[in-house]
Design a protein around this ligand. Structure first.
Ligand code: SIN
Length: 553
């Protein structure tokens, strides 16, 4: 019997129109818009975004942006905290680029118009989050940092009338030249007039800044557009992905009941940074004694402690106590979280906040070098879709906005020096396919149960089998729901393959059958590519491990 195939290309109508530009930027969060603003200095730029410009994950970021900006802090201290959180898998050179270029990048953001919160004397107000030994998180609007950064970037892009933007457009696949280099993209635009339906944009380079993959799971802090499109299309183009097993579950997501699905409200770590603490249902604090930073331990430590408590007590959530803040502090410092709690009938000024871990961030993604170049010539990646080497096995809080900012600038600098020639797209013979759109709720359940916070060989094998059966269901018509479903299944299968391969617990990858970190075997990164025929076995094994995680394996 033929095994189910992960599609090598999305089935779609032939492009009805074409256009040409120097660089296509896919995504409009902090990484995509920063890249576009820099790239326009030497080439024509087109930003393609799935919804309206400000609809991605950036606008939901609460805590802030981490950088060594305060007195007594230094890039070296920031580097140390980042490496510790990364649990041995961060690339020190990538982290060094982040922490040394970060402060200037944040100052440039301020120049551009982003208004961060300041102290009475005008200095930036800096807070602390999990894993940081210093106050180095700049924030805006109290807990609306992402929304303010996105506002400033969107305003700057709109002022730059030479940046073209196509909204409501899903990029389907990369166009490849005969030598495998990028020649552009195919996309579907839900528009009117000429740019309507499936089209092709030829370009000299493509910058992937399409965000995350939180919709793989039943509950996530990510918006509905986060369907892993960038990782999926990069895999289909032959790119290598790295560290995909390291999915970060944010410890304190507002718990809205067992049946809550989709995007869930975040309760920022900054709430704990300002003094809130976790308690069990008897009112006992449980983070003290678990880590020197107690409630502000790195995110994986806190998420695991909450899960252990939930398992030990049979409860489906724990509680966060921030009643000491009082009304004024809640209103000024955390207006977004206060409003979201109150809209769900919880008054954090007087009541404990119910919280549980939910999928938050993909620390891995499309592998890049220090200049954002992927393994496919002409394809660059930055932001959550990328694996630059900064995060390793677990991202340090508030490093993600900074990473998007710094590496988008690095990509623009690299392309300014060496913009590739325009290539002729070739027929690459990739077999088109499609997954049925109706499988998504089951896929999210399968991933939550088998590849969620706590994993095991049996659970992952079961998840792989179930994903295979979802792929076998008869495909429907091409359209956004089935294209997104195909992307989700592709990424889910790769993630399950990576999680199965890594037989240890490290950072945010927690295997109950291999509970310890094993540096003798697993102190390296795990890279995957999509097998040449896309269907060499059931989906979880259709991904070929390029490099085993250690010399000895
Ligand atoms: C938070 O505010 O807790 C989230 C910040 C982050 O994910 O870096």
């Amino acid at each position: 019997m033929t095994a189910p195939a992960v599609p090598q290309r999305l089935a779609a109508p032939a492009p009805g129109w074409t256009d040409t530009v120097d660089v296509v930027v896919i995504g409009s969060g902090i990484a995509g818009l920063t890249a576009a603003l820099k790239l326009r200095e030497f080439g024509s730029v087109l930003v393609v975004t799935k919804d309206v410009v400000a609809s991605g994950s950036t606008q939901w970021a609460q805590g802030g942006i981490a950088a060594a900006l305060g007195p007594g802090d230094s890039p070296e201290d920031h580097l140390q905290d980042t490496l510790v959180a990364g649990a041995g898998l961060s690339d020190p050179a990538a982290v060094r680029a982040l922490v040394t270029e970060g402060p200037e990048a944040v100052h440039d953001l301020i120049e551009l118009g982003a208004r961060f919160d300041t102290l009475a004397g005008g200095d930036l107000s800096l807070t602390r989050e999990g894993g940081h030994h210093r106050n180095r998180i700049a924030h805006a609007g109290g807990d609306a940092t992402g929304a303010e950064i996105e506002r400033a970037l969107v305003a700057a892009v709109k002022r730059a009338d030479d940046i073209r933007i196509i909204e409501h457009a899903l990029v389907l696949d990369l166009l490849l030249a005969a030598d495998g280099a990028v020649a552009g993209v195919t996309l579907h635009v839900m528009g009117e007039g000429q740019l309507d339906g499936v089209g092709a944009i030829r370009s000299r380079a493509v910058v992937l800044a399409s965000g995350g993959l939180g919709q793989l799971y039943a509950a996530t802090t990510n918006p509905s557009v986060s369907t892993g499109d960038g990782v999926a299309l990069a895999l289909r183009a032959g790119a290598k992905v790295r560290d995909l097993e390291f999915i970060q579950f944010h410890p304190t997501v507002l718990w809205l009941g067992k049946s809550a699905k989709g995007q869930q409200p975040l309760v920022s770590e900054a709430v704990r940074g300002e003094g809130a603490f976790l308690v069990d249902h008897d009112g006992n604090r449980f983070m003290q004694g678990q880590h020197e930073l107690a409630d502000l331990a790195p995110r994986d430590v806190v998420a695991k402690a909450i899960m252990r408590k939930m398992l030990a007590t049979g409860k489906d959530h724990m509680l966060l106590d921030a009643r000491d803040f009082g009304d004024e502090k809640w209103r000024v410092r955390f207006p977004t979280i206060l409003a979201s709690c109150r809209s769900h009938g919880i008054d954090p000024v007087r009541e404990l906040i119910p919280v549980a871990p939910a999928c938050h961030y993909s620390s891995g993604g499309v592998w890049t070098d220090l200049h954002g170049q992927t393994s496919v010539p002409g394809l660059y990646a930055c932001g959550e879709v990328a694996c630059t080497g900064v995060h390793g096995a677990n991202r340090l809080a508030s490093n993600s906005l900074l990473e998007g900012l710094v590496f988008a600038r690095r990509i623009a600098a690299a392309l300014a020096d060496d913009l590739p020639d325009l290539r002729e797209p070739a027929d690459d013979g990739r077999v088109p396919g499609l997954v049925n759109a109706d499988v998504v709720p089951e896929l999210q359940r399968v991933m939550t149960v088998g590849a969620g916070v706590i994993r095991s060989a049996t659970g992952l094998a079961d998840a792989g089998d179930r994903l295979g059966r979802l792929i076998e269901q008869p495909a429907g018509e091409p359209g956004t729901p089935s294209w997104e479903a195909t992307n989700l299944v592709t990424v889910a299968s790769a993630l399950v393959a990576a999680g199965t391969a890594r037989e240890e617990s490290r950072g945010s990858h927690w295997r109950e059958d291999h509970p310890d970190r094993d540096d003798t075997v697993w102190s390296g990164n795990l890279d995957l590519t999509l097998a040449g025929d896309g269907n060499s076995a059931r989906p979880a094994t259709a991904f070929v491990a390029l490099k085993e995680a250690s010399e000895g394996k």
